[in-house]
Design a protein around this ligand. Structure first.
Ligand code: HEC
Length: 140
């Protein structure tokens, strides 16, 4: 009996720290990918924006697009906030689309207007990160 309890406690401790590790390492990756997008925008590297935003978008959807999957990575007392992930995924994909449309010149606008629209969409993506951190991560 005692052994079972110990084994069970160890197993749940181990899996919950694995989940926390998962969330943290995924967030670090997302951050690195978004920094690539920022770098490409600042250096007016259109091809770089195109490539880095697609990489970022795929990973953001994988991480944030599924409520149950995201909930599993959150600590017990925060699991009720998992819906924020899906909301963030929607904000992010909407703004990624604006950037891709600007690159493809979908709305037939001048280069300057397209750059500005795309840059603004990039800041809205950052805002989605901050928004969730304010609700789900930061205690103060
Ligand atoms: C749905 C909520 C949510 C969204 C959206 C979100 N994060 Fe996070 N983020 C978290 C939580 C929760 C943690 C705390 C994880 C931990 O410490 O284990 C975190 C932690 C981090 C960390 C710190 C990792 C460390 O070293 O401890 C970074 C960096 C980060 N996020 C970047 C981002 C970026 C960039 C975005 C936007 C592209 C983003 N996050 C969007 C919830 C979110």
């Amino acid at each position: 009996m005692y052994k079972t309890v110990v084994a069970f406690t160890l197993a749940s401790l181990f899996s919950s720290s694995l989940m926390a590790y998962d969330l943290k390492s995924n967030m670090l990756l997302l951050n690195a990918e978004l920094s690539e997008v920022q770098r490409a925008f600042i250096s007016s590297d259109q091809k770089g924006v195109d490539e880095s935003i697609k990489r970022f978008a795929k990973h953001a959807q994988d991480l944030l697009g599924n409520k149950e999957k995201f909930a599993a990575m959150l600590p017990e007392k925060k699991k009720n906030k998992a819906g924020e992930a899906v909301m963030s995924a929607q904000i992010i994909s909407h703004n990624v689309q604006i950037i891709l449309d600007a690159i493809e010149n979908k709305h037939n606008q001048s280069g300057q207007v397209r750059r500005e629209e795309a840059q603004r969409a990039y800041t809205y993506i950052e805002h989605a990160c901050f928004r969730c951190h304010n609700i789900v991560r930061d205690e103060y």
